[in-house]
Ligand binder design. Structure first.
Ligand code: NAD
Length: 330
């Protein structure tokens, strides 16, 4: 397939682009290169035949129409977004603009292109979203595809809005869409503003490690390459109009994640960093969701997906990657 990947210079989008090229697909990477982007993330595939890059914003309808006409893709995988919850609290405007207006603009460009092509049934608009749209859980239960939406941050509210737009374009215009909602990803090429890369880098450099509240918030960690395999199954085998949840089956409180990272850094560096000395508890994020957990039985039973990495194996690979890639970090 020729796949138009939005946000392909970011963390997950670049993993999707690398995975796609390695599996014989053509990729048109659309990214306007915000602070979160890095073209080094796609350097391993950027000279491959069938890979191209377009520096375009998903909020620019004329530029998007030109890209669709020039490349005539078989599918769109939409990952471009503002993605950091803390930034959404400090400045929500960019989240409304990119995640809501940008998704609307991309949907319209895709719809008009799909119509010009004669509305091919096999075309797909795959929207990649988050479990944060479902809100927060108590100690029990997991999010399913039927869990009602209850977003609580500007980021998750903007992603929820984008999910609703994508569903509406299926119901109203028949655009063949697929949605996936996934849990927290981790792995190589993760921009060092999110928990796992921040903690790895601080641990490697002996700096204090900030932990929100008492570190009791629980996330379901998904290794980014497991996520990519799930995304491609949903793209290729998923039913139009359907939603698939993707989770790592690795629920962990943040404090345990931090301790596991310090253990890995000590193992790799031969150091003896004392976690209790390095961790600094800081004032909690406002409205910090307590727990996320994904029930991914649907994608397992219907599409045959399951995660290959557990948290131990995925984290060991991730820490090693940051140790080996000082140039990328700089
Ligand atoms: P990221 O912040 O690393 O990358 C986002 C990319 O989108 C960047 O390259 C950025 O330049 C690009 N972008 C932003 N605005 C754009 C615009 N207007 N036009 C074109 N490109 C633009 O994000 P990520 O962590 O890779 O997340 C990718 C997607 O997956 C997002 O939609 C996010 O909501 C979703 N998601 C992420 C996670 C996670 O744990 N990282 C979990 C669930 C869902």
């Amino acid at each position: 397939m020729k796949i138009l990947v939005t946000g392909g210079a970011g963390f997950i989008g670049s993993a999707v682009a690398r995975h796609a090229v390695r599996n014989g697909h053509e990729v048109v990477n659309i990214d306007c290169l915000t602070y979160a982007a890095n073209l080094a993330n796609v350097a391993p595939v950027s000279n491959a035949p069938g890979y191209s890059f377009e520096r375009v914003s998903i909020t620019d309808p004329a530029a998007l129409n030109a890209v669709f006409d020039r490349h005539r893709p078989d599918a769109v995988m939409h990952l471009a977004a503002e993605s950091h919850v803390d930034r959404s609290i400090d400045g929500p405007a960019a989240f409304i603009e990119t995640n809501i207006t940008g998704t609307y603009t991309l949907l319209e460009a895709a719809r008009w292109y799909w119509s010009r092509e004669g509305q091919p049934e096999e075309f797909r608009f795959h929207h990649i979203s988050t479990d944060e749209v479902f809100g927060t859980l108590g100690p029990e239960g997991k999010f399913t595809e039927e869990t009602p939406y209850d977003p609580r941050s500007p980021y998750s509210a903007s992603k929820a809005a984008s999910d609703h737009l994508v569903r509406a374009w299926f119901e109203t215009y028949g655009l063949p869409v697929v949605l996936t909602n996934c849990s927290n990803n981790y792995g190589p090429y993760h921009f060092p503003e999110k928990l796992i890369p921040v903690v790895i880098l601080n641990a490697l450099h002996g700096r204090p490690i900030p932990v929100y509240g008492a570190g009791e918030n629980v996330r379901d960690w998904l290794y980014v390459e497991d996520h990519c395999r799930g995304l491609f199954l949903a793209l290729v085998k998923g039913e139009p109009g359907e939603v698939y949840n993707i989770g790592g089956k690795c629920e962990m409180p943040n404090i345990e994640v931090v301790r596991a990272i310090i253990d890995n850094v000590n193992r790799i560096n031969g150091s003896e960093v004392d976690a209790d000395e390095q961790i600094t508890f800081v004032t909690d994020r406002p409205g910090h969701d307590r727990r996320y957990a994904i029930n991914c039985e649907k994608i397992e039973s219907e599409l045959g997906w399951s995660p290959k990495e557990n948290f131990e194996s995925g984290l060991a690979k991730t820490v090693q990657w940051y140790v080996d890639n000082g140039g990328w970090i700089k």
